[in-house]
Write a protein of this length. Structure first.
Length: 171
């Protein structure tokens, strides 16, 4: 064989090794991407579930008046009743105070249990006139953040104010 020549067998073997390496890399890449998408979808579903729960009156419906005394609250909810988006400011304030530890026995960790979530959370309710923030701020180091936004009407005393409720969950 002369200098600079090669066997076609060498070329075929090199191409097969290259294709095999490329296939393994592609398979790994798409596997990681699918796992990340699945985690993101689960987080978004959880954010929607938490926001759905907050658009109920809760269980019992007067949980806000007894939050420091109740041994077991079935569900936290801010709504005036079932099937409505009118939120009661007193319930929002009671849960905020519980999450901040102002109410005895309350804490951020305990409030996560009442929301039935393992993720960290922030709840923002804003009408332009009134603003409530419950939970901790989303850190810049959060890997994955999901937001569920709901249109609401806030009952604040005798006033009704249109606004939004945003539930942020992250890991």
């Amino acid at each position: 064989m002369k200098k600079g020549q090669y066997f076609s067998f060498d070329a075929i073997a090199a191409v097969l090794i290259f294709i095999l390496a490329l296939s393994i890399l592609g398979n790994y890449w798409f596997g990681i991407k699918a796992t990340m998408n699945e985690s993101s979808v689960n987080l978004q579903e959880e954010a929607l579930a938490v926001s759905d729960g907050l658009l109920t009156p809760g269980q019992p419906e007067d949980w806000d008046e007894k939050i420091g005394e109740l041994e077991e609250i079935g569900q936290i909810g801010f709504a005036q009743g079932f099937g409505t988006v009118v939120l009661d400011a007193n319930k929002i304030i009671a849960f905020r105070d519980y999450a901040d530890g102002i109410i005895p026995g309350g804490s951020y960790l305990e409030s996560k249990k009442l929301l039935n979530t393992i993720y960290d959370y922030t709840i923002e309710i804003n009408t332009g006139v009134a603003e409530y923030n419950i939970g901790i701020d989303v850190p810049s180091s959060a890997k994955n953040v999901a937001v569920a936004t709901r249109g609401i009407i806030l009952l604040n005393g005798e006033n009704k104010e249109a606004g939004t409720m945003k539930v942020y969950l992250w890991e």
